[in-house]
Design a protein around this ligand. Structure first.
Ligand code: UDP
Ligand code: MG
Length: 304
């Protein structure tokens, strides 16, 4: 059996069409499946629609969060509750083309434990999103020892072994794309063009994406913490050289009236550098603090 897991947050305009599409597709290809929705605290009719559809489709299951916990938490719940031999996370907005599920399954049957669906064309995204995504993948893969494949979203297939390993990871700060690749295993890739969202609008604002990017980098790299040692050493060396230069100048040509501008520039520059350093420490300490609380990742209010 295949588990199709879908995090949903206020998707009342997309969900019915999605369910019909999956049902037809699975029937046509004779695939045994479960369709597991994780309602991430929707405030609209999403859960009611799921409930109504479940009444005549036994393959549908759903868990509903007590509030919006975010897509990463919803995916975590999906992987925990999925019972299938293979699990496929997919968005309900038709941006992950459901037909590809069959290709993913075929590739899995050929032996790959992980099948990635890679976007070859991101022209449905804005220029800003494409540029920032490129910058993120570049930064992340430079800083982290565990590379994440570029332009691969959460849409992929994972075999039971992989899912069990991901489920066993205890951390509460969950950057799923990172965890997916951290567990390893052989993967194969299929390519697709990502269409535009059919109904509703993206739930990810620029600020949410920025925080997700920070989460990704801080979860998988400590280089931003360590780099301050080297920056400090460089600045100290430069200061020493400058000191020698000033002293020599004073010895050779007498005491000079110290320059106000050079002084203020150095003070402001070093102040800025120190604040950046403290800010980066803060990012990590904040995460250690959240991790230490050991709060559950989500709270389930209802199970259908
Ligand atoms: N989603 C969610 N919780 C959130 C935000 C989004 O479960 O807090 C779901 C959403 O319903 C959709 C999927 O995650 O099924 C992807 O969201 P969206 O299409 O808005 O993201 P984009 O495609 O723009 O990256
Ligand atoms: Mg989308």
């Amino acid at each position: 059996m295949i588990s199709i897991i879908c995090p949903v947050y206020n998707e009342q305009h997309s969900i019915r069409q999605f369910i019909i599409c999956i049902k037809d597709l699975m029937l046509l290809n004779k695939v045994d499946y479960e369709l597991l929705f994780i309602d991430d605290g929707s405030e609209d009719k999403t859960l009611d629609i799921i409930e109504a559809e479940k009444a005549h489709t036994p393959n549908i299951r759903a868990v509903s969060f007590s509030r919006n916990f975010g897509k990463e938490a919803a995916l975590t719940a999906g992987l925990k509750f999925a019972k299938g031999e293979a699990v496929i996370p997919i968005d309900v907005d038709m941006q992950d083309p459901p037909e590809l599920i069959i290709d993913l399954i075929n590739e899995w049957k050929r032996g790959a434990q992980i099948v990635l669906a890679k976007r070859v064309d991101r022209s449905s995204d804005t220029l800003l999103k494409r540029c920032t995504a490129k910058a993120f993948y570049y930064m992340h893969n430079k800083l982290s020892a565990h590379k994440i494949p570029e332009n691969v979203g959460d849409f992929r297939l994972m075999g039971r072994v992989v899912v069990d390993h991901i489920n066993s990871l205890p951390e509460t700060q969950r950057f799923m794309k990172g965890l997916f690749s951290w567990v390893g295993f052989k993967s194969s890739t299929i390519h697709y063009t990502r269409p535009c969202r059919e109904n509703g609008e993206s739930k990810f604002t620029f600020w949410k994406l920025w925080n997700l990017a920070l989460e990704g980098i801080t979860s998988f790299s400590t280089l931003p913490l360590k780099i301050w040692t080297y920056i400090g050493v460089c600045i100290a060396l430069l200061s020493f050289c400058y000191g020698v230069f000033i002293i020599t100048l004073a010895l050779l040509s007498g005491i000079d009236v110290p320059g106000y501008s050079s002084l203020i520039v150095i003070i402001l520059f070093l102040g800025g550098v120190q604040l950046i350093g403290i800010g980066i420490l803060g990012e990590y300490i904040g995460r250690i603090y959240m991790e230490a609380k050991k709060r559950p990742l989500f709270i389930i209010e209802r199970e259908l």
